[in-house]
Design a binder for this molecule. Structure first.
Ligand code: NCD
Length: 298
C-alpha cells in the first residue's frame, strides 16, 4: 500500500491512522516508546525540494520506530546528470528499501515512483497537488486541542493556488466533519475557485485559522506589494484574529514568512498558536503512517 493522496485512503484507514497517531504522540510525550517495530527496515528519503520539518519529521519518525533512514542528497545525485525519475525509481527499487518517502516539485511524481517501486511510497508533498501526511498531522493537532474535529470551522487562508497543504486539508477535514473555508488574495486563488475567497469573511467565527505561506518560488511574477501591505490586507494580525471564535487557535504548516502572512505576535502567542504542537504531532503522525505501511509487510 502507498500513501499518495487523501482520497485514496478509506474512512477506516483514516480512523486507524489518527488513532495510531494519538498513541504514538502519547508515547513520544511520555518517553514510553520501548518497542522498535520497524527494526531492521530501511526507509529511503528522496527530497527534490527544500524541507526542514517534513524531512526531519519523517527521519525522526523512522528512527523512533527502529528503522534506518537513508537520505539521498538530491543536489549531488544523478538527477543532476539528467537521469529520469523512472530510472531513479528502478535504481532505488533494486536496492530493496522497505519504504520510500518522496517530495517532488512535479505534481504526480510520487504516483510515478509508486508504479515502479515494490515497497510502499509515501508522498511528502508533490508540486501544488497534495501533502497527505501534513493534513493527517493537522487533523491530529486539531483533535488533540479540541478533543474533536466534527463541527469545527476551519479557515485556511493565504496562497491557496500553490498550496498542497490546503488541497489535502480541504479533502480530509470535511470527511471528519469540519467546515473548511478557503480564502486568499484573488491573485492567489485557483482559476476554478469556488468558495468564500475573502479572508475576513472566512475568519469570522472560525475555530481554527490556518495560515499559508506565500510561495514566491512558484510564482512567475512577484506579487509586487509594498512591505507590510500583504499583512495588512490578507495576513493574520491580532486585530484580524478578533473576528474568529474567542477560543480560536492559529496554525501554520511552516515555514512562516513572519510579517507577511502572519504577524509574530500571533505566531508566538502561547495561548493561541498550535504551530509548535503541529511539529511535535507531525512525528507521531508519520510514525503511524510508516508503521501501518511498512509494518504490514511480510
Ligand atoms: C509546506 C510544504 O512544503 O508543502 N511545508 C511543510 O511541509 N510543512 C508548506 C510550504 O512550503 O509553504
Amino acid at each position: 500500500m502507498d500513501l499518495l493522496a487523501i482520497d485514496s485512503l478509506s474512512d477506516d484507514q483514516i480512523a486507524t491512522l489518527l488513532a495510531e497517531g494519538e498513541r504514538w504522540a502519547e508515547a513520544n510525550r511520555t518517553g514510553a516508546v520501548s518497542q522498535a517495530p520497524l527494526e531492521g527496515r530501511i526507509v529511503f528519503n528522496l527530497f527534490y525540494e527544500n524541507s526542514t520539518r517534513t524531512l526531519m519529521s519523517f527521519s525522526v519518525a523512522a528512527h523512533r520506530l527502529g528503522a534506518q533512514v537513508v537520505t539521498l542528497p538530491v543536489e549531488q545525485s544523478s538527477a543532476k546528470k539528467g537521469e529520469t525519475l523512472d530510472d531513479t525509481a528502478r535504481t532505488l527499487n533494486a536496492m530493496r528499501p522497505d519504504a520510500l518517502v518522496i517530495r517532488h516539485f512535479e505534481n504526480g511524481a510520487p504516483q510515478r515512483m509508486a508504479r515502479i517501486m515494490d515497497c510502499p511510497v509515501i508522498n511528502a508533498g508533490d508540486g501544488t497537488n497534495e501533502h497527505p501526511t501534513q493534513a493527517l498531522l493537522d487533523a491530529l493537532t486539531i483533535r488533540s486541542h479540541f478533543g474533536r474535529i466534527e463541527g469545527l470551522k476551519v479557515a485556511i487562508c493565504g496562497d491557496i493556488k500553490h498550496s498542497r497543504v490546503a488541497r489535502s486539508n480541504a479533502r480530509l477535514l470535511p470527511r471528519l466533519g469540519a467546515e473548511v473555508r478557503l480564502a486568499g488574495p484573488p491573485a492567489l486563488l485557483p482559476a476554478d475557485f469556488e468558495g468564500i475567497g475573502d479572508v475576513d469573511t472566512a475568519i469570522e467565527g472560525a475555530d481554527v485559522v490556518m495560515m499559508l505561506r506565500v510561495q514566491r518560488e512558484r510564482m512567475a511574477d512577484d506579487l509586487g506589494d509594498a512591505p507590510g501591505e500583504y499583512l495588512a490586507r490578507y495576513g493574520l494580525t491580532a486585530e484580524r484574529l478578533k473576528r474568529a471564535s474567542p477560543d480560536a487557535v492559529v496554525m501554520h504548516p511552516g515555514p512562516m514568512n513572519r510579517g507577511v502572512e502572519i504577524d509574530s505576535a500571533v505566531a508566538d502567542d502561547p495561548q493561541r498558536s498550535l504551530i509548535p504542537l503541529q511539529v511535535e504531532i507531525g512525528v507521531a503522525a508519520r510514525m503511524a503512517c510508516l508503521n501501518l505501511l511498512v509494518g504490514a509487510r511480510p
